[in-house]
Design a protein around this ligand. Structure first.
Ligand code: PLP
Ligand code: COI
Length: 355
């Protein structure tokens, strides 16, 4: 594929499904647009890049993704402003992170030009699917999987890269209550926790199911070694406000380097809000909860945006967080979404036009 003159052919659907979609009541990630981007890596290069109608992909049972979970993904969003213009948020960071994840799983990297051109062509084709409704956006899911065959436990000789999209509403419905986990671990040193590898999520389902059965929505993972430090949640990074200081754990082998996380840190620092990126002990949280200095906890992520945490559970006890009228969570949610939806200036150059 000559990337300098990349022209992605578009095979349009004969029958759009858009008239059947209730844009006023969008779930998260359950409705898919008319088209998808697809390309295959074979004989050492990505080839046959095209936009096709969204639909099933045919795979043989011996495809390695089924056996060894060799697959990585990204999560990003497109937003529409009041003029109907579409925007992305820091898409090049998702492209870079996809390749960081891919390399760790011996999946071939996707060149930036191919990723951006594929994404842009897809978004132009499905432009009508980007919701105009407040609070909704087009969730974009780029993913790569081993479509090559074999039961030998080794990297595949063929990969498929797809970008599929879903007009979506909120990820969480209602308040988010989390349980601090001490038994199970999401990631370990030297492992794949920093990658958006499919298996990281599959491994979380069982402990999360246990937490859900106890009335929580998500698990907050602690370090696998001591379980003394909070790390991140299932689908978001975690921030804590003690007094007026905003704290979050440093990224590591075990933690996803969230794009929303680093955007919040940059905004906070530019506003002179005291921030500390350091390890946070569970006992520090408990101490701050008991002396009243624990003012907020919130999660950050593309799907979750900024999600305030209403309470956390630890060793069978529930700790309620106060509801603040001037919370950092609502402040950063507004600042981030104002940039995303083109309602404010974009001081850091994060907004990226679809055209
Ligand atoms: N942590 C995990 C495990 C995630 O799946 C996500 C979602 O992408 C995040 C954190 C937040 O990352 P980002 O802000 O880049 O979406
Ligand atoms: C995202 O926020 O985009 C994610 O990837 C989280 C996902 C597991 C829904």
């Amino acid at each position: 594929m000559d990337l300098s003159t990349l022209q992605i052919p578009v095979e349009k659907t004969n029958e759009s499904r858009i008239s059947g979609v209730d844009f006023e009541n969008l779930p998260f990630g359950k409705v898919y647009t008319d088209h998808m981007f697809i390309t295959t890596h074979r004989d050492g290069r990505w080839q046959d890049a095209r936009i096709v109608p969204y639909g099933p992909v045919s795979l043989e049972p011996a495809a390695k993704v089924f056996h060894y979970g060799q697959t990585v993904f990204e999560g990003m969003k497109a937003y529409k402003d009041t003029q109907g213009k579409a925007w992305l948020f820091r898409p090049e960071d998702n492209q870079k992170r996809l390749n960081i994840s891919a390399s760790r799983l011996v999946i071939p990297e996707v060149p930036k030009e191919l990723f951006m051109e594929g994404l842009n062509t897809l978004l132009k084709t499905d432009l009508e699917w980007i919701p105009k409704q407040a609070g909704s956006s087009l969730y974009i899911r780029p993913f790569i999987f081993a479509s090559g065959l074999g039961f030998h436990a080794s990297p595949a000789d063929e990969y498929t890269f797809i970008i599929a999209c879903s007009p979506s509403g909120s990820y969480f419905s209602g308040k988010v209550s989390v349980r601090i986990e001490e038994t199970y671990a999401r990631a370990a040193n030297g492992g794949v926790g920093f990658a958006k590898a499919g298996g990281n999520y599959a491994g979380q389902f069982y402990p999360t199911q246990l937490a859900v059965s106890e009335g929580f929505q998500q698990v907050v993972w602690t370090d696998d070694n001591t379980h003394e430090y909070i790390e991140e949640a299932g689908a978001m990074n975690i921030f804590v406000r003690i007094g007026d200081t905003l704290l979050t754990s440093p990224t590591s082998d075990r933690i996803l380097d969230g794009i929303t996380r680093k955007s919040i840190l940059q905004l906070a620092q530019s506003e002179g809000i005291p921030t500390e990126v350091r390890k946070i002990k569970v006992t520090e949280l408990l101490g701050a909860a008991s002396d009243g200095t624990l003012r907020e906890m919130f999660g950050s992520g593309t799907a979750a945006v900024v999600s305030p945490i209403s309470s956390f559970g630890y060793r069978g006890k529930k700790y309620d967080l106060p509801e603040l009228s001037d919370s950092y969570a609502s402040h950063f949610k507004k600042r981030i979404t104002d940039i995303q939806y083109n309602r404010s200036e974009d001081p850091f150059g994060w907004r990226y036009p679809v055209n």
